[in-house]
Ligand binder design. Structure first.
Ligand code: MF3
Ligand code: CO
Ligand code: CO
Length: 264
């Protein structure tokens, strides 16, 4: 049984650790590229999980979620009103569905964590807008990442942006330090107060992974499986996640293999 260490500090990673985490983060991002062509109507979420499973194994890595608090799968696949921690299974994707695939790799002991949205066939304009705003929320959070800025400004800016569209930000699940373990300090809240919290410093590595709901912010975890977190009103939810390194200059988005964020 693992207990959260009280008063433990945010780890500042050294050059060797950063290189390891960079490689693992790249692999996690590549696994989402690998699965992308298979994401279409008629396939099960279990099938997509298996594509990632084989890719991660073929690259001499393992998935951090297997065995994590009893979780048994290589990915989380969260469809429509599922906010996060959707369990891959027999559900067959259908036209109009939106889904998040989340993967955390362990390569040579180092962790990289990323997720993104996929769409099936023709989705509604409303669903597309939610996805676009969620992606922009992650970008806005990343723009706050520099030494001396406070963690609270990440959630402050994300929440301000999302609520301006009438959406809500999930506050019951957060981003987190990552790299040497799956979930390190700090907790990175996506709803927060301006100029509060710890100061960011070069060498910190953490995720930002805002979950944006079309309706109410509250979630409920499935009684039967103990994992699947859904919106309480059944409305859609969307999420993107990156692993980010603080550098003296601009943030280094370690899971960005598409060049969407300029490198420091
Ligand atoms: N990868 C998720 C995150 O972004 C955590 C999944 S934990 C699991 O932090 F056990 F549900 F897989
Ligand atoms: Co994460
Ligand atoms: Co993740």
């Amino acid at each position: 049984m693992a207990f959260r260490e009280k008063g433990s500090k945010i780890i500042i990673k050294n050059a060797e650790q950063i290189e390891g985490i960079r490689r693992s983060s790249r692999l996690a991002a590549q696994s989402l590229k690998e699965v992308a062509p298979f994401v279409k109507a008629g396939v099960t979420t279990e099938f997509l999980n298996n594509i990632v499973k084989e890719f991660v194994r073929d690259n001499k890595a393992i998935s951090a979620t297997v065995g994590y608090n009893g979780y048994k799968h290589e990915t989380c696949i969260s469809v429509n009103d599922v906010i996060c921690h959707g369990i891959p299974g027999k559900y067959e994707l259908r036209d109009g569905d939106i889904l998040n695939i989340d993967v955390t790799t362990i390569l040579d002991g180092f962790y990289g964590d990323t997720s993104k949205m996929f769409t099936i066939g023709t989705i509604t304009d409303h669903a597309q807008k939610l996805i676009d705003v969620s992606k922009e929320c992650l970008r806005i959070g990343i723009l706050q990442c520099r030494p001396g800025n406070r963690f609270g400004n990440i959630g402050y800016e994300i929440n301000k942006y999302a609520t301006s569209f009438g959406y809500s930000v999930v506050y019951e699940f957060c981003g987190h330090g990552v790299g040497l373990r799956f979930h390190e300090e700090p907790e990175v809240c996506h709803v927060d107060e301006k100029d509060t919290g710890t100061m960011m410093a070069a060498g910190m590595i953490f995720t930002i992974e805002p979950m944006i709901n079309a309706g109410k912010a509250r979630s409920k975890v499935d009684k039967h499986d103990g994992w699947t977190a859904r919106t309480i009103d059944g409305k859609l939810s969307a999420q993107f996640e990156h692993t980010i390194l603080i550098t003296p200059t601009r943030p280094d988005v370690l899971t960005d293999i598409d060049g969407e964020f300029p490198k420091p």
